[in-house]
Design a protein around this ligand. Structure first.
Ligand code: UD1
Ligand code: CA
Length: 463
């Protein structure tokens, strides 16, 4: 019978090298905190418990994961990775298999950890190691003449020969909880950093006669840690490329996977085409045949089948129907709902509004807090004046209306079904259905009026 699995995630470190006020595990990768990625991986293993050691940044970390279903262990002072695990051990049941993960190593995959946990047993400590062309600042794995692991030496404590070793400690390990606790109690901090190193338990375990089994990650990037902004950027690119690959496998056409950013989740239908420099955030749903042009930012939105979003639009918290045409240069703000076949053109801003099927708002308009019926044509430069300085008011435009260009609709106001509003009107009262309503000063011509003429060099006005 395998031991029940309990996972310990180390997330208390300062992250000094990030030069940031934000706790390191709250730095974002693909729009989610690093720790969120590690938690998702941990939960995928269906463990008996997950313990997260937090400390630097205080309650900000647990607060960011209020519903994570984990137990939080406070490490008041950051005295090293060994000390961090020791703090957690009093919460871990004795008969469990403890698996240690790192809050700053976010791309680790469940399959690799399953291999690792399976390699551990009552008498075996399992360690995930990797061979790196440039072992950098990672701890080095030291093996004896028979090839058995005997010790890990931290980069900072390593001599020249040890630094030449290319097999590195990834930090991930699995061991029986009871034994792990015993080894941790024996750790010292006599090293360059004056810290209790988790890595020192290897030497202690070997002295106890235990075998150290090593396993390799399935993909090289899984073990990369985030310790600096450069590493964060590197991991972001790897992560984005992985997501792009998955989408392409599902049939999404990405014009350039290197210029695509998904910071959340995308559900895409068939024959979706996404052009370059598109940023998708939160939950985005794109129906069959949706075409997203270059330079679009779309957050928490659903876009219906056959809709085309032309270049340079921003769409947030909106629902767009089928066969619509949006942009270029359109902005859909939260709570916008467009029915099918709606056209929203350049320099049009829509907020908290419903627009009925087949309606068109093609140029330079602001439509806020408005209900637009179906088959309405809203002329260029139309503005709903929804705000009186204190409160917001609604505008209602009935089916089949025609709103002339440069109209201001001063809310609250209703334009009845089939009404026409003359261009340049300021509408302050309800306009009756089916009629032409306009408010406009009469046009006049000043006979014989002359435009002022420019002076010539001698100072005389030109005729
Ligand atoms: C650690 C390993 C190193 C390994 C590398 C892999 C040790 C001593 N070194 O080095 O062998 O190659 O990871 O990425 O274990 N943390 C705490 N409390 C502390 C200190 C750290 O919770 O007191 C957490 C950090 O938040 C971080 C993790 O432990 O998530 C690792 O700490 P970090 O300081 O980044 O260790 P490395 O120098 O990367
Ligand atoms: Ca690290």
């Amino acid at each position: 019978m395998p031991l029940p699995l309990e996972i310990i995630i180390l997330a208390a470190g300062k992250g000094t090298r990030m030069h940031s006020h934000r706790p390191k595990v709250l730095q974002e990768l693909g729009g989610r905190p690093l720790l969120a990625h590690v938690l998702a991986c941990a939960h995928a293993l269906a463990p008996a418990a997950v313990h997260v050691v937090y400390g630097h940044g205080g309650e900000r970390v647990p607060r960011a994961f209020a519903d994570a279903g984990v137990s939080w262990v406070l490490q008041k002072a950051q005295k090293g990775t060994g000390h961090a695990v020791r703090e957690a051990m009093s919460h871990v049941s004795k008969d469990a298999l403890a698996l240690v993960l790192y809050g700053d190593v976010p791309l680790i995959a469940p399959d690799t950890l399953r291999d690792l946990a399976a390699a551990a047993s009552k008498d075996t400590l399992a360690l995930l190691t990797a061979e790196l062309p440039d072992p950098g600042n990672y701890g080095r794995i030291l093996r004896n003449a028979e090839g058995a692991v005997v010790k890990i030496v931290e980069h900072k404590d390593a001599g020249e020969l040890e630094r030449a070793v290319r097999e590195v400690n990834t930090g991930f390990l699995a061991a029986p909880a009871e034994r792990l606790s015993a080894w941790l109690a024996r750790l010292g901090n006599d090293n360059v950093q004056g810290e209790y190193y988790l890595t020192d338990i290897i030497e202690i375990a070997v002295a106890d006669g235990l075998t150290v089994a090593t396993r390799r990650p399935r993909s090289a990037w899984e073990i990369l840690g985030v310790n600096s902004q450069q590493e964060l950027a590197q991991l972001e690119r790897i992560y984005q490329m992985q997501q792009a690959e998955k989408l392409m496998q599902q049939g999404v056409t990405l014009r350039d996977p290197a210029r695509f950013d998904l910071r959340g989740e995308l559900k895409a239908g068939r024959d979706v085409v996404i052009d370059v420099n598109v940023v998708l955030e939160g939950k985005v749903v794109l129906g069959d045949g949706v075409h997203i042009g270059p330079n679009n930012v779309i957050r928490d939105a659903t876009i219906g089948a056959g809709t085309v979003v032309q270049p340079n639009c921003v769409i947030e918290e909106s629902v767009v129907g089928q066969a619509c045409r949006i942009g270029p240069f359109a902005r859909l703000r939260p709570d916008t709902r467009l029915a099918d076949r709606v056209h929203i053109g350049n320099f049009v801003e829509v907020k908290k509004s419903d627009v009925g099927a087949g309606s068109k708002i093609n140029h330079l308009s602001y439509i806020g807090d408005t209900t637009v019926g179906k088959d309405v044509n809203i002329g260029a430069g139309t503005i709903t004046c929804n705000y009186d300085g204190a409160d917001k008011h609604r505008t209602v435009i009935g089916d089949g209306c025609f709103i002339g260009s440069s109209t201001q609709l001063v809310a609250p106001v209703t334009v009845g079904e089939g009404a026409t509003i003359g261009a340049g009107s300021t509408i302050v009262q309800d306009a009756p259905p089916g009629e032409l309503t306009l408010s406009r000063a009469g046009q006049k011509t000043v006979q014989g009026w002359k435009r002022p003429a420019k002076k010539d060099k001698s100072g005389k006005r030109k005729e």
